[in-house]
Design a protein around this ligand. Structure first.
Ligand SMILES: Cc1cc2nc3c(=O)[nH]c(=O)nc-3n(C[C@H](O)[C@H](O)[C@H](O)COP(=O)(O)OP(=O)(O)OC[C@H]3O[C@@H](n4cnc5c(N)ncnc54)[C@H](O)[C@@H]3O)c2cc1C
Length: 546
């Protein structure tokens, strides 16, 4: 079959601009309806649609901008341009559909003008996706996204490490529900992966957020739960310490985090407190134990990932017992504990404190293990209150700042996992013979592969853009990081599931990696702000306030 005329960046721009105009009109009306975001809860469905549509537009815009830059440097070929155009057409179709569902409330047309619709159809024609799919199969799904020389080197070296040291163990860790091997931690620490965002003066390598994302992607491609997720927690605590820690705390903790001497767990969620973080109940009360000033922690925490092996937990606790204090009654502590590789542990302190933990069995994301914890008079010295006395009551804000970094990192995790699924699917359809020929020769298979690759390119573009924005201004970039997480995680779920179907029955067998990818991906839209909360309370709130 002859290749169709591939769409170009001009096509991408031509479909995107009118969609963005429609979105702008919808946003203006939604701001009125929600009183600049104050009444989002009265319009949740509409607000979620707007948030998601704006995220799709932003991803398309970032992909087009990325390919424009790459083309200007002479490094973009016709396929990369076509990927940007086809992905833009796909995202525009989706976002217009979302807005159309609320068109009456938003006072907008429910379709784009006829000439634009025609161009959307042409750029996103099935023949274009099939051509992309054939190209994906030809390079076995390999990620060759052009980067500058330094970043190419970062990606190549992490890829080599992850393929050699991590990937061969990923299936075993998952199927036997093992705890991540110590060698992974030692080697990743030696390579500086835990200090990528830590300034050099505090023992890190401060390579910047894009290097961190590329590292995360490659590790997650080898194993989401065995490696890619190990750098989420250091990232979250590092950002909280950099924003609100005292100079002594930064000097004390950051080098230990960067060197892997201290592995981190994040203890925010409780059995009865999830999305409504401001309602955290776990208590911290002032106490003197064994002659030391500090705090005792009492209460449960839930879903504390890596809490067994971790030797410090960033724990959000209520220091002001008045529930009316809400978020302002919360403070962030660095809680020390002994590392344990067991699925259940009990530890005691000489002063009488007890900490018990039990990993909740999960369908995927094994290796990290997420624990329910119970603290009973667990002593934390005064110097472990993040920010010292002036950090009192600031825990919620520090934790939320940390989560912004976590969300960016999770965008990278999602892209890495989706990449793994794309590669395994490409390999499978090249080898699998049905009806006398490899399944890659069927048009629908090619279309699926091409669309998976185009969607992944969009997820990658918004994630890389968020990383660069974070380097420029962390606070301002937080909403973009949330959008990157929102879209990339959904795309990872979609690509792993489509890849699983391309594997047919074998996609359901544990010995095929795609089955692990599919269950691992399911967690991505849940943590660090479950999808609806992220869309409403972070993305929509930011967009509608403006
Ligand atoms: C594998 C795994 C690892 C995790 N790791 C960690 C970790 O390391 N540290 C940590 O602290 N937490 C962790 N979490 C917890 C995770 O962050 C929470 O599960 C998440 O924030 C959602 O909270 P919840 O589960 O209590 O759901 P809930 O808040 O009870 O929400 C349930 C549903 O109700 C919806 N909902 C709730 N409120 C609203 C509203 N106002 N409007 C509309 N819809 C609403 C939600 O969107 C969701 O769909 C982890 C979770 C998992 C599954």
């Amino acid at each position: 079959m002859a290749d169709p005329a591939l769409p170009t960046l001009d096509d991408a721009r031509a479909v995107l601009a009118p969609a963005e105009q429609l979105l702008d009109r919808a946003l203006a009306r939604a701001r009125e309806l929600t009183r600049q975001g104050a009444a989002i809860d009265d319009h949740q469905v509409l607000s979620e649609r707007i948030a998601y549509a704006a995220t799709e537009a932003r991803a398309a815009r970032e992909l087009v901008a990325y390919v424009e830059r790459t083309k200007a440097e002479g490094r973009a070929d016709a396929l990369l341009e076509a990927t940007a155009a086809a992905a833009s057409a796909d995202l525009v179709t989706s976002l217009v559909g979302r807005l159309a569902a609320s068109a009456d409330a938003l006072g907008i047309d429910d379709v784009l003008p006829a000439d634009v619709r025609k161009r959307v159809r042409a750029a996103g024609d099935e023949a274009v996706f099939r051509a992309l799919g054939r190209a994906v199969a030809e390079r076995r799904g390999r990620n060759e996204t052009p980067l500058d020389e330094t970043l190419e080197q970062v990606r190549a070296s992490v890829r080599e490490f992850a393929e050699k040291e991590i990937a061969p163990h990923a299936e075993r860790i998952h199927r036997h529900d093992e705890t991540i091997p110590e060698e992974f931690i030692t080697k990743m620490a030696e390579l500086g992966y835990f200090g990528l965002s830590i300034p050099e003066q505090y023992g890190g390598t401060e390579m910047g957020n894009l290097a961190m994302i590329l590292t995360t992607e490659e590790l997650s491609r080898a194993s989401l739960a065995g490696a890619g997720s190990l750098i989420t927690r250091p990232e979250i605590l590092t950002k909280a310490l950099m924003a609100g820690g005292t100079e002594e705390q930064k000097k004390f903790w950051l080098p230990k985090i960067a060197s892997g001497e201290r592995m981190v767990g994040i203890a925010v969620t409780e059995p009865d407190v999830g999305s409504d973080v401001a309602s955290v109940k776990c208590r911290a009360e002032r106490a003197t134990v064994g002659g030391r000033e500090g705090w005792v922690i009492n209460g449960p925490k839930a879903w504390c990932t890596f809490a067994g092996r971790a030797n410090i937990l960033a724990l959000l606790a209520r220091t002001n017992p008045d529930p009316a204090a809400g978020a302002k009654g919360l403070s962030l502590f660095i809680v020390e504990k002994e590392p344990s590789r067991e699925h259940a542990f009990k530890q005691t302190q000489s002063g009488g404190g007890v900490l018990e933990g039990k990993a909740d069995a999960t369908i995927g994301y094994r290796g990290m293990h997420s624990y329910t914890l119970q603290f009973e008079n667990w002593f934390v010295p005064a110097e472990n209150l993040v920010g010292g006395e002036s950090g009192l009551g600031k825990g919620f804000y520090l934790q939320m700042g940390g989560f912004a970094a976590g969300r960016l990192q999770t965008g990278g995790r999602a892209c890495g996992l989706a990449q793994a699924a794309l590669e395994k699917s490409a390999e499978y359809v090249l080898d699998r013979i049905q009806f006398g020929k490899p399944t890659v020769e069927f048009g629908l298979t090619q279309y699926e592969l091409g669309r998976m690759a185009a969607r992944l390119a969009a997820a990658r573009a918004i994630t890389y853009a968020a990383a660069e924005a974070m380097d420029a201004d962390e606070r301002k970039a937080a909403p973009l990081a949330a959008q990157a997480k929102l879209l990339s995680c959904d795309i990872a779920v979609e690509i792993t599931q489509r890849g699983q179907v391309l594997h047919g029955g074998w996609g359901y067998a544990e010995e095929y990696a795609i089955s692990r990818y599919a269950v691992d991906a399911l967690v991505l839209p849940i943590f660090e702000g479950v999808r609806p909360i992220l869309a409403l309370k972070v993305v929509a709130r930011n967009l509608l306030a403006g």
